[in-house]
Design a protein around this ligand. Sequence first.
Ligand code: UT7
Length: 321
Amino acid sequence: MSIKIVGTGSTLPEKCVTNEDLTKLVDTSDEWIRERTGIGSRHVSTGETVDELAASACEKALADAGKSASEVELLLVATCSPECGIPGVACQVQSRLGASNAVAFDLNAACAGFLFALNTAWAYVEAGIYRNALIAGAEVLSKIVDWSDRGTCILFGDGAGAVYVEKCDRDGMLGFVQHADGSRGEVLRCDSRALKNPYADVSMKSPYVQMDGREVFAFAVRQVPAGIQEVLDKAGTEADDIDLFVLHQANYRIIEGIAKRLKQDISKFPVNLDRVGNMSSAAIPVLLDELNRAGRLKRGMKLVLSGFGAGLTWGACVLKW
Ligand code: UT7
């Protein structure tokens, strides 16, 4: 038994911020950002919240699948930038959608979050606990980015993507792998709250994203191809048999490095980071939705999805569309 994706959706905030716009905030240039990252613009919230974006993407995924919110049994939201500690974003989305029959909870594995949520849904369905799931990756990273740090503020964007999956007897997801290495967590970190109570007053490092970009880059180019090879072996297939590699959109040079290590043509690696930047857990489902709506995903195609980021976390899955 497996799961297949039968609907996709995505929503971006209205405001688009170009590299040129960022030159008014920090000492940078369009040329530097494009050359080092491949990013040209990104969408930034001017008030849209994570749950609002996630709910909108979920509504579109449900409509694409021809399903109603009341049919959803499991609702997962992957995010590392919720507005509230409690309630979880998934519960807020459940309320917005009226998905009253679903169990709803969040999952945080940073940029690998959507992939981990997809794999979690598969495990629940395979265990016979639920028959379908609505899974969103949603971020408003602009509130945890230091807009005076040119090393990070140029990279990130806001948005949400979602998929509706249901049980299938054959094909669908063919294999997945997930990894975490908490010992390297310091290379990409963002504190949330300081410990301040009548008995303690402990300051935190920073409420904004702190990143050692070179370390994250090296990790991605080394570990991600190894993870993809591992999942290909697990699914009994080869890189040459894969039609599209839908990767986390962090940096075009990372994607090129991964393609090179897998000895695959770069044309098999669709990108949208030039228009949306790095949207962490929203990156993969937004790209999937764009490909789906552009008619680039045909039934029977084999895809690899792979997410990687803070934690450190990384993982991949193989699926037949
Ligand atoms: O989802 C996972 C999250 N994160 C990532 O995937 C990030 C992975 N890492 C990267 O994408 C790259 O490391 C960056 C794009 C963040 C940086 O590119 P880099 O080629 O590693 O540059 P660098 O940090 O080594 O900096 C090179 C130079 C430095 O100047 P000096 O010391 O050589 O004079 C930086 O100060 O570029 C400077 N620099 C900039 N210059 C113009 C750093 N950021 C900027 C900027 N504009 N925005």
